[in-house]
Design a protein around this ligand. Structure first.
Ligand code: Q46
Ligand code: ZN
Ligand code: ZN
Length: 320
């Protein structure tokens, strides 16, 4: 098959767009499309200071690459989770992220959780009731907290993440199956700034995962191929499998599911639960980040429980 724009051989065929492109035209198409999504959704401008959350995976590195090619002022934030010991998942994803930043002469902020909290994520999770089987709860809440805190403390205008259409459609399916109306109300490619929370944007929300993967491959970006070992069995993966089946039967189903939701949201109001939460936001008495829970935010409360439990165990001579 030939490229739609020249005589070269097409390297990717995006059936949902009825578009086949050669390597060079594809490597141009992704930034142009991204620019269009940024503009149409009022995400940010070249005046803004942008912080991109990078995990070492393809989506965040591709996003960093594309935004810097488009001329945005964009620094990276890598959060060290301490997953899988010294040579495992975190060590490798950190190496890949640091080498990408060095190669492209980009600034990277590294925030190591163990350095700040005294324990890595798996150890901390083993000390919580919910985290013994899977550390995702404390991991997710810690990442969200740190991303916002670093962005606010360093005066970034917007925090961007590499979530793609597959991620967003899977979250939407989960939120819809459970009718989580407050989450549905907040789900979207842009979350405006409010009460101490930085503006958030997802410029890749319309790209299929295979499209960002193809860009990484064609541009020679080294990325962390393996998923986090704790992702196995996650509900989001199950939802992605379901959506892939739907997509196989009906090309463009994922895109239309998500875009139809965004259109419906403009005219539909779910309920005001989200607004109520916002009205109740106040600064955490320990870290100053906005929270709706009394006194301490969920991050400070969870990590305090972890440290208290660790101390009790040490006093009793039990190793975690
Ligand atoms: S939450 Fe869970 Fe992820 Fe943290 S422990 Fe791994 S899978 S990295 S997106
Ligand atoms: Zn071409
Ligand atoms: Zn706090």
């Amino acid at each position: 098959m030939k490229c739609r724009k020249c005589d070269e051989k097409a390297v990717i065929h995006m059936r949902q767009h009825k578009l086949a492109l050669c390597k060079n035209h594809y490597l141009d198409w992704i930034p142009k499309q991204t620019q269009r999504f940024i503009h149409d959704n009022n995400m940010f401008s070249t005046e803004d200071r942008i912080l991109v959350a990078v995990s070492g995976g393809k989506d965040s590195l591709v996003l960093w690459d594309v935004l810097s090619r488009l001329g945005y002022q964009v620094d990276g934030l890598y959060i060290g989770l301490g997953i899988d010991g010294g040579n495992g998942y975190s060590a490798e994803s950190r190496r890949i992220t640091e080498s990408f930043a060095a190669e492209h002469k980009l600034d990277l902020i590294t925030y190591d959780i163990e350095e700040h909290e005294g324990l890595d994520i798996p150890t901390a999770a083993s000390l919580t009731r919910r985290g013994r089987e899977r550390p995702c709860s404390i991991c997710g809440l810690s990442k969200r907290h740190i991303m916002n805190r670093v962005a606010i403390e360093n005066d970034y205008d917007v925090l961007v993440t590499g979530h793609n259409l597959d991620d967003e459609a899977a979250v939407l399916l989960g939120n819809t199956l459970n009718w989580l109306t407050a989450y549905l109300q907040r789900q979207g490619p842009v979350l405006p700034t409010r009460s101490g929370l930085v503006k958030k944007a997802k410029p890749f929300f319309r790209f299929y995962e295979r499209e960002t993967a193809a860009y990484a491959l064609l541009r020679g970006i080294e990325y962390m191929y393996d998923e986090c070992p704790h992702a196995d069995g996650a509900k989001s993966i199950y939802y992605k499998v379901l959506l892939n089946r739907l997509e196989a039967d009906r090309r463009g189903a994922k895109l239309s599911f998500y875009l139809s939701f965004l259109r419906a949201k403009e005219t539909m109001s779910f309920n005001s639960e989200g607004d109520d939460v916002e009205r109740m936001l106040h600064p955490c008495t320990s870290c100053g980040q906005p929270t709706s829970t009394p006194d301490l935010c969920t991050y400070c409360r969870t990590w305090k429980e972890v440290r208290d439990r660790r101390e009790t165990m040490l006093e009793q001579g039990i190793e975690s």
